[in-house]
Design a protein around this ligand. Sequence first.
Ligand SMILES: [Zn+2]
Length: 198
Amino acid sequence: MKPIVESRLPTKYGGFKILAFEADVEQMPHLALVSDKFIKGTEKIVHVRVHSECMTGDVFSSSRCDCGEQLASSMMHLQKEGGILIYLRQEGRGIGLVEKLKAYNLQDAGQDTFEANVNLGHPEDGRSFVPAIEILKYLNVKSINLLTNNPDKVRAFDDVDDINVIDRMPLEVGLDPENKDYLEAKRLVKGHLFGAKS
Ligand SMILES: [Zn+2]
């Protein structure tokens, strides 16, 4: 996978380059934000966050999930460490924004985030992390420290010969009374790792 365009992106967290990649199924491109401190071809372990789009959390600071806080904390960390944020356009675990909002109504009626997706005719989690792997290969990254609580994201790299997940850094941010049940469902249903509590 190759970028269509690469630009400079100064942010309040520090300087990044933003790369837009073609996406097959989405009209919106997958993105990589590469910290100015990142050196292509480095032999060092590169800190990486693979973040799936969540407009409500990332843009509107929704308290229904922890996405916005995870994104902000990742950018802060990656800027410091010279890492890479990969932003995949798979809103609502791949079901899209409209379906995600419908799922919110089912959640308000008592279903957990995964049951709600299934009852709308979608998989519990329809995401693919393959584009992230392709982007990391393009950036020539070999060893990574993955910023995630999600063991599925670590497992996505199991069969990838060229990239090794050397370490995992948890992102325990964004806890809010509004997302307590959501985070608990992620822990119980998907085995998300929330530090000492799990
Ligand atoms: Zn979210």
